[in-house]
Design a protein around this ligand. Structure first.
Ligand SMILES: [Ca+2]
Ligand SMILES: [Ca+2]
Length: 216
Protein backbone atom coordinates (compact mmCIF):
# COMPACT_ATOMS: atom_id res chain seq x y z
CA UNK A 1 0.00 0.00 0.00
CA UNK A 2 1.53 3.27 -1.06
CA UNK A 3 0.87 6.92 -0.33
CA UNK A 4 -2.15 6.95 -2.48
CA UNK A 5 -3.60 4.10 -0.48
CA UNK A 6 -3.11 5.95 2.90
CA UNK A 7 -4.54 9.17 1.49
CA UNK A 8 -7.67 7.39 0.33
CA UNK A 9 -8.25 5.73 3.68
CA UNK A 10 -7.29 2.37 5.09
CA UNK A 11 -9.90 -0.27 5.43
CA UNK A 12 -7.89 -3.49 5.69
CA UNK A 13 -6.85 -5.62 8.68
CA UNK A 14 -3.94 -4.73 11.04
CA UNK A 15 -1.74 -7.32 9.36
CA UNK A 16 -2.12 -5.44 6.15
CA UNK A 17 -0.10 -2.52 7.59
CA UNK A 18 3.02 -4.65 7.69
CA UNK A 19 2.64 -6.96 4.73
CA UNK A 20 6.35 -7.93 4.64
CA UNK A 21 7.10 -8.58 8.36
CA UNK A 22 3.73 -9.73 9.56
CA UNK A 23 4.09 -7.53 12.70
CA UNK A 24 0.91 -6.43 14.33
CA UNK A 25 0.14 -3.19 16.13
CA UNK A 26 -0.18 -4.93 19.46
CA UNK A 27 3.45 -6.00 19.26
CA UNK A 28 4.69 -2.38 19.25
CA UNK A 29 4.35 -2.33 23.02
CA UNK A 30 7.09 -4.97 23.28
CA UNK A 31 9.37 -3.10 20.88
CA UNK A 32 9.14 0.41 22.39
CA UNK A 33 9.27 1.41 26.05
CA UNK A 34 5.90 2.47 27.25
CA UNK A 35 5.32 6.14 27.91
CA UNK A 36 4.94 5.47 31.62
CA UNK A 37 8.40 3.92 31.77
CA UNK A 38 9.96 6.85 29.95
CA UNK A 39 8.55 9.47 32.27
CA UNK A 40 9.76 7.64 35.36
CA UNK A 41 13.39 7.46 34.29
CA UNK A 42 14.50 10.67 36.02
CA UNK A 43 17.98 9.69 37.09
CA UNK A 44 21.05 9.56 34.95
CA UNK A 45 21.52 6.07 33.52
CA UNK A 46 23.94 4.09 35.63
CA UNK A 47 23.47 6.32 38.66
CA UNK A 48 21.03 5.56 41.37
CA UNK A 49 19.68 8.12 43.80
CA UNK A 50 20.04 6.66 47.27
CA UNK A 51 17.57 8.02 49.81
CA UNK A 52 19.35 8.87 53.06
CA UNK A 53 18.28 10.13 56.46
CA UNK A 54 20.92 11.61 58.74
CA UNK A 55 20.04 12.65 62.30
CA UNK A 56 22.51 15.11 63.85
CA UNK A 57 23.94 14.04 67.17
CA UNK A 58 22.57 16.10 70.10
CA UNK A 59 24.83 19.07 70.85
CA UNK A 60 25.59 18.31 74.48
CA UNK A 61 28.06 21.19 74.74
CA UNK A 62 25.31 23.69 74.03
CA UNK A 63 23.15 22.30 76.79
CA UNK A 64 26.09 22.52 79.19
CA UNK A 65 26.71 26.12 78.20
CA UNK A 66 23.19 27.04 79.19
CA UNK A 67 23.65 25.80 82.73
CA UNK A 68 23.55 28.53 85.32
CA UNK A 69 22.91 29.10 88.99
CA UNK A 70 20.96 32.00 90.42
CA UNK A 71 23.07 33.73 93.06
CA UNK A 72 20.79 36.66 93.91
CA UNK A 73 17.50 37.73 92.34
CA UNK A 74 17.58 41.30 93.68
CA UNK A 75 13.91 41.19 94.56
CA UNK A 76 14.47 42.91 97.91
CA UNK A 77 16.92 45.45 99.28
CA UNK A 78 20.54 44.55 99.95
CA UNK A 79 20.43 44.99 103.69
CA UNK A 80 22.96 42.64 105.26
CA UNK A 81 25.38 45.56 105.52
CA UNK A 82 24.82 49.11 104.33
CA UNK A 83 27.42 51.83 104.62
CA UNK A 84 26.46 55.13 106.21
CA UNK A 85 25.58 57.62 103.47
CA UNK A 86 24.16 54.82 101.32
CA UNK A 87 20.44 54.10 101.10
CA UNK A 88 19.62 50.57 99.95
CA UNK A 89 16.15 49.74 98.64
CA UNK A 90 14.32 47.46 96.23
CA UNK A 91 13.35 49.38 93.09
CA UNK A 92 10.16 48.06 91.51
CA UNK A 93 10.13 50.86 88.94
CA UNK A 94 13.49 50.15 87.33
CA UNK A 95 14.47 46.51 86.97
CA UNK A 96 15.34 43.87 84.40
CA UNK A 97 14.16 40.57 85.86
CA UNK A 98 11.32 39.87 88.25
CA UNK A 99 9.52 42.59 90.15
CA UNK A 100 12.43 44.65 91.44
CA UNK A 101 16.13 45.41 91.31
CA UNK A 102 18.54 46.31 94.09
CA UNK A 103 19.09 50.07 94.27
CA UNK A 104 21.90 51.84 96.12
CA UNK A 105 21.53 55.58 96.50
CA UNK A 106 25.10 56.66 97.19
CA UNK A 107 25.38 60.09 98.83
CA UNK A 108 28.26 62.47 98.23
CA UNK A 109 29.76 61.69 101.62
CA UNK A 110 29.98 57.94 101.02
CA UNK A 111 33.46 56.55 101.54
CA UNK A 112 35.42 54.06 99.50
CA UNK A 113 34.85 50.51 100.65
CA UNK A 114 31.77 48.33 100.80
CA UNK A 115 28.63 50.18 99.79
CA UNK A 116 26.24 47.36 100.68
CA UNK A 117 26.09 43.57 100.90
CA UNK A 118 23.31 40.99 100.79
CA UNK A 119 23.11 37.67 102.62
CA UNK A 120 22.31 34.74 100.32
CA UNK A 121 21.68 31.05 100.94
CA UNK A 122 25.00 29.20 100.64
CA UNK A 123 25.97 28.72 96.99
CA UNK A 124 28.61 26.46 95.48
CA UNK A 125 30.01 28.46 92.58
CA UNK A 126 33.01 26.18 92.00
CA UNK A 127 31.47 24.48 88.89
CA UNK A 128 31.03 27.86 87.21
CA UNK A 129 33.32 30.28 85.45
CA UNK A 130 31.50 33.60 85.03
CA UNK A 131 29.38 35.88 87.13
CA UNK A 132 26.62 37.39 84.99
CA UNK A 133 24.82 40.40 86.35
CA UNK A 134 22.69 43.30 85.17
CA UNK A 135 23.96 46.66 86.36
CA UNK A 136 23.22 50.33 85.83
CA UNK A 137 24.96 53.44 87.09
CA UNK A 138 23.54 56.96 86.98
CA UNK A 139 27.02 58.25 86.13
CA UNK A 140 29.68 56.95 83.74
CA UNK A 141 32.22 54.74 85.48
CA UNK A 142 35.79 53.82 84.67
CA UNK A 143 36.92 50.22 84.78
CA UNK A 144 37.58 49.15 88.34
CA UNK A 145 35.74 52.02 90.04
CA UNK A 146 33.47 49.36 91.55
CA UNK A 147 33.91 45.68 92.35
CA UNK A 148 31.44 42.91 93.00
CA UNK A 149 32.39 41.00 96.13
CA UNK A 150 31.82 37.32 96.87
CA UNK A 151 32.54 35.90 100.30
CA UNK A 152 32.04 32.83 102.43
CA UNK A 153 31.87 35.20 105.41
CA UNK A 154 28.94 37.45 106.30
CA UNK A 155 28.95 41.06 105.11
CA UNK A 156 31.82 40.36 102.67
CA UNK A 157 34.30 41.20 105.42
CA UNK A 158 37.03 39.08 103.77
CA UNK A 159 35.97 38.64 100.15
CA UNK A 160 37.23 35.63 98.24
CA UNK A 161 36.61 37.46 94.98
CA UNK A 162 36.69 41.14 94.06
CA UNK A 163 35.46 41.22 90.48
CA UNK A 164 36.22 44.53 88.77
CA UNK A 165 33.29 46.11 86.98
CA UNK A 166 34.34 47.43 83.55
CA UNK A 167 33.74 50.95 82.30
CA UNK A 168 30.03 51.76 82.02
CA UNK A 169 28.01 54.41 80.24
CA UNK A 170 25.67 56.47 82.37
CA UNK A 171 22.07 55.34 82.83
CA UNK A 172 22.37 52.21 80.73
CA UNK A 173 21.38 48.74 81.89
CA UNK A 174 24.25 46.44 80.93
CA UNK A 175 24.62 42.72 81.43
CA UNK A 176 28.16 41.89 82.47
CA UNK A 177 29.90 38.53 82.29
CA UNK A 178 32.75 38.77 84.76
CA UNK A 179 35.42 36.07 84.63
CA UNK A 180 35.68 34.68 88.17
CA UNK A 181 39.05 33.03 87.48
CA UNK A 182 39.85 30.13 89.80
CA UNK A 183 36.53 29.24 91.40
CA UNK A 184 37.68 26.16 93.31
CA UNK A 185 37.41 28.01 96.62
CA UNK A 186 33.90 29.36 96.01
CA UNK A 187 32.08 26.37 97.46
CA UNK A 188 30.06 28.13 100.16
CA UNK A 189 29.33 31.72 99.17
CA UNK A 190 26.93 33.38 101.63
CA UNK A 191 27.42 37.08 100.93
CA UNK A 192 27.55 39.31 97.85
CA UNK A 193 28.36 42.99 97.83
CA UNK A 194 29.35 46.12 95.93
CA UNK A 195 32.71 47.71 96.73
CA UNK A 196 33.74 51.25 95.73
CA UNK A 197 37.45 51.71 95.00
CA UNK A 198 37.33 55.30 93.79
CA UNK A 199 35.19 57.99 95.39
CA UNK A 200 32.68 58.80 92.68
CA UNK A 201 30.64 61.37 94.59
CA UNK A 202 26.88 60.98 94.54
CA UNK A 203 25.36 58.43 92.20
CA UNK A 204 22.71 55.74 92.02
CA UNK A 205 23.58 52.11 91.41
CA UNK A 206 21.27 49.29 90.32
CA UNK A 207 21.92 45.54 90.37
CA UNK A 208 19.64 42.78 89.06
CA UNK A 209 19.70 39.01 88.57
CA UNK A 210 23.15 37.83 89.58
CA UNK A 211 23.98 34.40 88.15
CA UNK A 212 26.92 32.02 87.94
CA UNK A 213 27.39 30.61 84.44
CA UNK A 214 29.75 28.32 82.58
CA UNK A 215 30.01 30.54 79.51
CA UNK A 216 29.98 34.31 79.12
CA1 LIG B 1 15.13 41.21 90.27
CA1 LIG C 1 17.82 41.63 101.43
Amino acid sequence: MGYEGLKSGFSGSREDLFPTTGAVLADLATIMPSLSQLTEQHSVPGETATPSLSIPAPAVSVATGLTWLLIEDCEDAWDEYVQANVTSTADAGDKIVGTASSKLDVAVDAAVGRLATEAIPSKDLSPYKYLKVWVKSSIALDAGDLDILLDDHAECVSPLKELAIPALSADTWTQLALDMGDTSGLTAIISIGIDMNTDKGAFIWHTDQVRATESP
